[in-house]
Design a protein around this ligand. Structure first.
Ligand SMILES: NC(=O)c1ccc[n+]([C@@H]2O[C@H](COP(=O)([O-])OP(=O)(O)OC[C@H]3O[C@@H](n4cnc5c(N)ncnc54)[C@H](OP(=O)(O)O)[C@@H]3O)[C@@H](O)[C@H]2O)c1
Length: 289
């Protein structure tokens, strides 16, 4: 049984779709969701949907029962994830899962990005659990720029950020999902020492290059405006982003300036067996659909 947690999120749904599209029998897939209504389409396709909340250990035992391979997708409640993730790992241990693949963050062990702290703590807990593991250290989603940032850039003529000339190895969620599926469906034993993948797009870009690409595709000038982190965070809160998330995003841009969210590992394209989706293609899809 391949079990996928946070199945109701964007990444989880892409993973489930990819598994089914590759012909994996639906009865061999379990989708663990805090909000099962969001994955009703997969219930209809024969996937076993199980309700569980990372914050409620009593829900996790039944949800993870029978998992030979577990894709543990990190939760989204920043600040609560250390305790929540401990619950998931303890339940995975109790269920005797054969392998746990965890979606971490690029360079979790050296990153200065505050969001990396809970990921690194989770990695430590997984190592200490003794379970065979794979860390999928995902870079930034391209969608952070093409969904959240693009409308703002088109409306104001500027991409804003605090990343300076730092590069970000962003990749689409679909590419990260395909990497997870490759790990979940790989034949052969998992390395007893664990495996760590540093996953990012093949062509890391600066935010000035992002602005130039949008500019090229829309046929008018879009510039990159580099802001001090506090000014950028304020611009995000003014645009409706909750304050803690705005602070985290601004701090992440400072991390990009330091090189924390880039990689030249090539792990992502190797795992998915093709080049990663380019910035140009992602921007084109966002603009023309
Ligand atoms: N690399 C990046 O750029 C980036 C960006 C954003 C997030 N992330 C991380 O990657 C993860 C997956 O990305 P995504 O795009 O799928 O995020 P998403 O669409 O926001 O989905 C988050 C998922 O986490 C689930 N979740 C949150 N708290 C939970 C809890 N206490 N118990 C059980 N499930 C819980 C949500 O369940 P509900 O549907 O019930 O809310 C949802 O399924 C995120 O959760 C976050 O850790 C990475």
């Amino acid at each position: 049984m391949i079990t996928v947690t946070a199945a109701s999120g964007h990444l989880g749904r892409l993973v489930l779709t990819d598994l089914l599209d590759r012909g994996l029998p639906a009865e061999q897939i379990a989708a663990v969701a805090r909000t099962p209504e969001k994955v009703a389409a997969f219930t209809a396709r024969g996937v076993q949907v199980r309700q569980a909340d990372y914050a409620r250990p009593d829900t996790l035992g039944v949800a993870l029962a029978g998992a030979t391979k577990l894709l543990f997708i990190s939760g989204s409640e920043v600040g609560q994830r250390r305790a929540q993730h401990r619950n998931v790992i303890e339940a995975a241990q109790a269920a005797g899962v054969g392998m746990i693949a965890y979606t971490s963050i690029l360079k979790a062990d050296t990153s200065s990005v505050p969001l990396a702290e809970e990921h690194l703590a989770t990695e430590h807990m997984i190592r200490e659990s003794g379970l065979p593991f794979v860390f999928l250290r995902n870079g930034w989603y391209l969608e952070n720029y093409t969904e959240a940032g693009l409308p703002q850039a088109l409306a104001t003529g500027s991409v804003i950020g605090s990343a300076g000339t730092g590069r970000v190895a962003a990749a689409t969620r679909a590419d990260f999902a395909a990497a997870a599926v490759a790990v979940l469906t790989a034949a052969g034993p998992v390395s007893p020492a664990g495996t760590v993948y540093e996953l990012g797009g093949d062509q890391p870009f600066t935010l000035a290059e992002l602005a130039a690409e949008i500019s090229r595709q829309v046929g008018r000038e879009i510039t990159y405006q580099d802001l001090p982190a506090d000014v950028y965070a304020k611009a995000l809160t003014d645009a409706g982003v909750p304050e803690p998330m705005a602070a985290a995003l601004a701090a992440s841009d400072v991390g990009i300036a330091r090189g924390d969210l880039t990689t030249d590992s090539g792990d992502l394209s190797r795992l998915i067996g093709r080049p990663t989706t380019s910035l140009a293609d992602a921007v084109r899809t966002a603009i023309v659909g």
